[in-house]
Design a protein around this ligand. Structure first.
Ligand code: MTE
Length: 314
């Protein structure tokens, strides 16, 4: 078993640097972030967060790899483009529009979204559709907490997400060659969005998110391919019909709505049976490891898909 139940966790396993189990510590976490947001993107601020029992005990990928090997097409299609060009993105002030089938639609300032929220450290395996993986110590909170506050209506069946569109600060959104249609959009079924593994992340490695990783707030869905984990979110809409997603629009033959990590369903152009863990070994000779069903989170999420043919609903 890869995920521990709360009772299995010894106090000695709690990360000393960033973790305090006291209520005071948790509140300080959200407070620290509110303070950090006032300073702007260049100043990574320390966040206080309790380690979540949903964390894997696998070794985190070195931070230098997590923050320099990225997909964020708004800044270019090369893995090195986001760290090179995302620094100029203005992430403060930031607000998220919550609309659609909710009782409390509004433009919520990020500070207000985080008020009273207890930040958690969630060490998750992440698996990219391209065949590489990382273990990332995110700092965030369950998306369900935000959704409950905005009061979804009975007719809401899906949650649609949208990234910022700001060509003046996002070079990948300018010029003749546009890699994707903008804004980048993604979606989840409401029960996937409410699952306790689904978080909104505001930090990693105990600090506020670097811009290239989706500052100041991004989705993290660890049992789905990385592209579902949409960055720099500016809009969350509760809707009745299955929303369009960027990669499905771009190439419907290769990318489906569900995008669950499934080693049994090959990408049309390559196998998904194995993956290369970034930071381990190097280049073509790095050992590949088997990819696990639902990226190893089957115990938590397989029941969401009972009755669904996962070969058709990829
Ligand atoms: N979100 C936006 N807005 N734009 C993107 O290009 N790329 C996705 C996802 N979220 C992407 C995005 C892909 S393909 C991956 S693998 C992950 O972000 C990578 O997240 P990371 O760079 O923080 O590891």
């Amino acid at each position: 078993m890869l995920i521990k139940a709360p009772s299995d966790i010894a106090p000695s396993e709690i990360t000393p640097r960033s973790v305090y189990l006291s209520r005071r510590g948790l509140l300080a976490g959200a407070g620290a972030l509110a303070g950090a947001l006032a300073f702007g993107p260049a100043d990574a601020a320390t966040l206080t967060a309790a380690k979540s029992p949903f964390s894997t005990d696998e070794k985190p990928t070195p931070k230098k790899d997590v923050v320099s090997y990225n997909n964020f097409y708004e800044f270019g299609t090369d893995k090195a483009d986001p760290v090179a060009y995302a620094g100029k993105l203005t992430t403060s002030p930031w607000s998220v529009k919550v609309d659609g089938l909710v009782g409390k639609p509004a433009d919520y300032a990020l500070e207000d979204i985080l008020k009273g929220v207890a930040l958690e450290e969630r060490i998750y395996r992440m698996r990219c559709v391209e065949g590489w993986s990382m273990v990332i110590p995110w700092v965030g909170f369950p998306l369900a907490e935000l959704l409950k506050k905005v009061e979804p209506q009975g007719s809401a069946k899906y949650v649609a997400f949208e990234t910022l569109k700001r060509p003046s600060e996002m070079p990948g959104q300018k010029g003749v060659f546009q890699a994707l249609p903008w804004p980048y959009v993604e979606g989840l079924r409401l029960d996937e969005a409410m699952n306790p593994l689904t978080i909104l992340a505001v930090g990693l490695y105990g600090e506020t998110l670097p811009n290239q990783n989706g500052a100041p707030i991004r989705l993290v869905v660890p049992w789905k391919y990385g592209f579902k984990s949409i960055k720099s979110v500016v809009r969350i809409s509760l809707v009745e019909k299955q929303p369009e997603t960027t990669w499905q629009k771009q190439n419907p033959g290769e990318y489906g709505f569900y995008s669950n990590v499934n080693p049994e369903v090959d990408h049309p152009r390559w196998s998904q049976k194995t993956e290369r863990r970034i930071g381990e070994g190097s280049g073509l000779f790095a050992a590949r490891r088997p990819t696990l069903m639902f990226n190893g989170y089957a115990e938590q999420v397989a029941s969401l898909y009972s009755g669904l043919d996962l070969r058709k609903n990829y």
